[in-house]
Ligand binder design. Structure first.
Ligand code: GLA
Length: 389
């Protein structure tokens, strides 16, 4: 972790501890931190049994926690200035404190899987921007699961933890997300991205190369429409796979797809073409990184963005403006939207010597094009969820 990241986490811990003391009139027993994530390449492939290449980043959700002797869970969210409470014997969706549905859903999913939970007091805070496509909600889920795990000394490996958090989001919150976010937040490794096979749920560590920086540019356009459009894209992919007689879109090569795509209607064909070519780009990108060919990795990032913009249609004018502003700068190897789309952030691979200049240049061009003031920062690849104290 760079020094800025460490002090960021330290101050989150202080904030969580102080807020815990105010809310619950005693100190917490321990703290847990779960990072946000950035996906380098492999977008909208996870729910098609495909490949993704995300890294955990140095922005976190922190939970300060203490057990109770009864079955009540009392929650306080510093950043929403809200509190919520429920019994582990009667977990319902909360229409008013909607943030609380992530911890509620996780408690529900853990109990459904047969884990014995104890009541507790939890104070949540973080610096993962909300609605920016860096997975603040998955970070809350994984942090909550890990908190219950520590408290109840539950035997739960990283993959199982990720699957139960995904179940919470799919079945309790109602967003049919894939496994990528919960997986990387659960299992991330410092200095590495993970190549995840979303069918076998195995991963391979891929070192983030020296000599270049990962820069996140937040458009400040908050995601709209994402839940309904996301679920629609997912249905379109499932329909396409069915028409092609496949278990999932992961089961066809770009060449075979090219030959057989005529059976699909125009929209389904575009959606499927994105997924099929994106899977191939992930594998090619990992090969390029491992061969030290950063220029090729960058070209694949650029191609991924075009495919998301034109075939999958999940980009937006602000994301396109940010990508174009970056691509026009010297030293930028590749730029693309990251996450579900419809707003949020881009991810950029930039030569170290160009990183500083890029931040000013991109911000100027982007603001001129959109009137929005972006937030741009160099990020580092971090550990997944951990207990801090
Ligand atoms: C969201 C979902 C992930 C993944 C991405 C798109 O972040 O939570 O499962 O589908 O969108 O790649």
């Amino acid at each position: 972790m760079n020094s800025e990241g460490r002090s960021g986490l330290d101050s989150l811990c202080q904030r969580a501890t102080a807020a815990f003391e105010r809310a619950f009139a005693a100190g917490p027993s321990f703290l847990v931190a779960a990072p946000g994530r950035v996906n380098l390449i492999g977008e909208h492939t996870d729910y098609n049994d495909g490949y993704v290449l995300p890294a955990a980043v140095d922005r976190h959700v922190v939970i300060a926690a203490a057990p109770r002797t009864d079955r009540q869970v009392r929650l306080h969210a510093v950043d929403f200035q809200g509190s919520s409470e429920f019994s582990l014997d009667d977990i319902r969706f909360d229409q008013r404190q909607r943030w609380s549905n992530y911890p509620r859903g996780v408690a529900w999913a853990l109990q459904q899987a047969g884990y014995a939970l104890t009541g507790c007091e939890l104070c949540i805070t973080g610096d993962v921007p909300i609605g920016a496509g860096l997975s603040s909600s998955a970070a809350i889920e994984v942090a909550t699961a890990y908190t219950f795990q520590v408290m109840g000394e539950l035997t739960l490996d990283g993959v199982k933890r990720a699957l139960l958090c995904q179940k919470a989001e799919n079945e309790f919150v109602g967003m049919r997300c894939g496994i990528m976010d919960q997986y990387i937040i659960s299992l991330g490794k410092r200095g590495h991205a993970l190549l995840i096979d979303c069918r076998s749920l195995e991963y391979r560590l891929v070192p983030v190369p020296a000599g270049c920086s990962l820069i996140i540019c937040d458009t400040k356009k908050r995601r709209g429409l994402v839940d309904s459009e996301y679920n629609t894209r997912r249905r379109e992919c499932e329909a396409g796979a069915k028409t092609l007689g496949l278990r999932a879109l992961r089961d066809i090569t770009p060449e075979e797809f090219q030959a057989r795509q005529g059976v699909l209607d125009a929209v389904t064909r575009k959606r499927c073409r994105h997924v099929v070519t994106e899977d191939q780009r992930v594998l090619d990108a990992v090969q390029a990184l491992e061969a030290g060919d950063l220029a090729q990795f960058g070209r694949l990032m650029n191609a991924s963005h075009l495919s998301l913009r034109d075939d999958y249609e999940v980009s937006c004018p602000e994301l396109n403006a940010m990508v174009e502003a970056a691509q026009a700068q010297r030293g930028v190897l590749g730029a693309r939207m990251t996450g579900a789309g419809f707003g949020g952030c881009t991810v950029n691979l930039v030569l170290n010597e160009a990183a500083e200049g890029l931040q000013h240049g991109v911000a100027r061009t982007y603001t001129k094009a959109t009137g929005l003031v972006p937030e741009i920062y160099v990020c580092t690849a971090e550990e997944g969820v951990q207990r801090l104290a």
